[in-house]
Design a protein around this ligand. Structure first.
Ligand SMILES: [Zn+2]
Length: 432
């Protein structure tokens, strides 16, 4: 029988069986619902499982009809020698439609002892019990929720039950492919693009629990901005990156990602930070000449702290002092804010210390607080994008109660979440 004859025979058989199955399911469903409409939930779930089973059978047949990967009695081995055909072997693979069995040709190399089924490689199921579809589903679910929860959700929603440990391994395996040491940021810029108007570079640090205690996770957000018709800044394409790493390695990455977003010819480059020194040090090193801006909310929060320490928590005096200082700050008059601070005479030692710290903060960051000028230029003055990124990327998934990550596990799931958020994974197929 030729392969097209085999296909036609299989199609006839499938058509007959599908008609029988459909008739049986329709009769049973109609009977159940006629007597007890309240059984709809049960009937639909039953039908879905049968539909999955029928689909699994079709998938198995289609794979069998596509061949077993036989490449003759001998084939080249990666070691340079020759692999010998041994026999056809059966294996199982977990698909989105249940477990499917397949038979494929098996080769062995006497020189390097490599055993290989070429079909497994082509189907991308070598060394894994799962199809690409199942792996993608595991990755998508586990990027969002804890492994145990992912196991329950996928079982309940897709009827694919996989152990928690397997969820962990598969998801971490996908995330590991996005580690910077494996995948340097090399996205090419489109050829006919326009230079970016405003390129914002922001960074922030948070923490996540590991087996060795809390570790710092640094997150960066780079986004394009432009000035709207109303003069207010607008945010365009945004890209996030991050890692459990020192600031030196983070800075290298920051620079790479910024370049991939048009750093070279951007009209204005702006670094937004909360005031942490490591961010400004990296900015001086990698982005000399960039406009540096201290996040407006962090700056005004400092004013609040000083006001409450010197005049009492939330008192009218505290409010009045803060309001006046905030107005000066909005006008970029940091020196006058500092003069007002110098006139404060708190009695408590704790308040004195807070005031002293705040004075240092405003003195060191004065040039980064010319908010009047930043507003005139139509720039963003808040680092909310990267802070929301920290909360979403790290807070919502990586630091839930009871979690303790291995260093590798933390980095892998962090990069899986970044890949999903940036739209790098799952890969978008070309529109048909
Ligand atoms: Zn070999």
């Amino acid at each position: 029988m030729t392969s097209s004859e085999a296909l036609e025979a299989a199609v006839r058989e499938a058509r007959r069986r599908a008609a029988d199955e459909a008739e049986r399911m329709l009769r049973e469903g109609a009977k159940a619902l006629r007597g007890s409409p309240e059984r709809l939930g049960e009937v639909e779930k039953g039908l879905r499982n049968e539909a999955l089973k029928a689909g699994g059978s079709i998938l198995g047949q289609a794979m069998a009809l596509a061949g077993n990967g036989y490449e003759g009695s001998r084939r080249a081995c990666a070691c340079g020698k020759t692999q010998k055909y041994m026999n056809d072997r059966e294996r199982e693979v977990v698909t989105l439609l249940g477990v499917v069995r397949l038979k494929r040709s098996y080769y062995w190399c006497a020189a390097c002892h490599r055993a290989e089924a070429p079909l497994d490689v082509r189907l991308q199921i070598e060394g894994t019990p799962f199809t690409p579809g199942v792996r993608e589903m595991i990755g998508r679910v586990d990027a969002e929720v804890a492994f145990e929860r992912g196991r329950e959700l996928m079982g309940a929603l897709a009827n694919v039950w996989v152990s928690k440990r397997t969820h962990e391994q598969v998801a971490e395996g996908i995330g590991a492919e996005f580690l910077p040491e494996r995948r340097p940021e090399k996205r090419a810029l489109p050829a006919n693009r326009r230079a970016v108007d405003q390129l914002y570079l922001s960074a922030d640090g948070t923490t996540a629990p590991t087996l060795d205690g809390w570790r710092e996770v640094k997150i960066g957000a780079i986004f394009e901005g432009h000035r709207g018709r109303d003069g207010e800044p607008r945010r365009d394409a945004t890209r996030y990156f991050g890692d459990v790493t020192d600031s030196e390695a983070f800075g290298e990455r920051w620079y790479q990602v910024a370049r991939s977003m048009g750093l070279e010819d951007a009209h204005r480059v702006i670094v937004l930070g909360d005031g942490a020194a490591w961010i400004w040090n990296l900015a001086e090193l990698h982005f000399p000449g960039a406009i540096q801006i201290v996040d407006w909310f962090h700056a005004t929060e400092r004013l609040w702290i000083v006001a409450c320490a010197c005049f009492g928590e939330g008192t009218p005096e505290a409010r009045a002092w803060e309001k006046a200082a905030e107005d000066l700050l909005a006008g970029g008059r940091v020196e006058r804010v500092l003069r007002r601070m110098a006139r404060l005479r708190p009695r408590r030692a704790e308040a004195k210390e807070l005031l002293r710290e705040a004075q240092g903060y405003f003195r060191n960051n004065a040039a980064r607080m010319r908010y009047d000028r930043f507003r005139r230029l139509g720039l963003f003055i808040g680092s909310g994008v990267v802070e929301a990124g920290c909360k979403h990327i790290v807070g919502a998934r990586l630091k839930q109660s009871g979690m303790r990550w291995s260093h590798e596990g933390l980095r892998s799931i962090l990069h899986l979440r970044l890949a999903v958020l940036n739209g790098d994974w799952p890969q978008q197929r070309d529109a048909a």
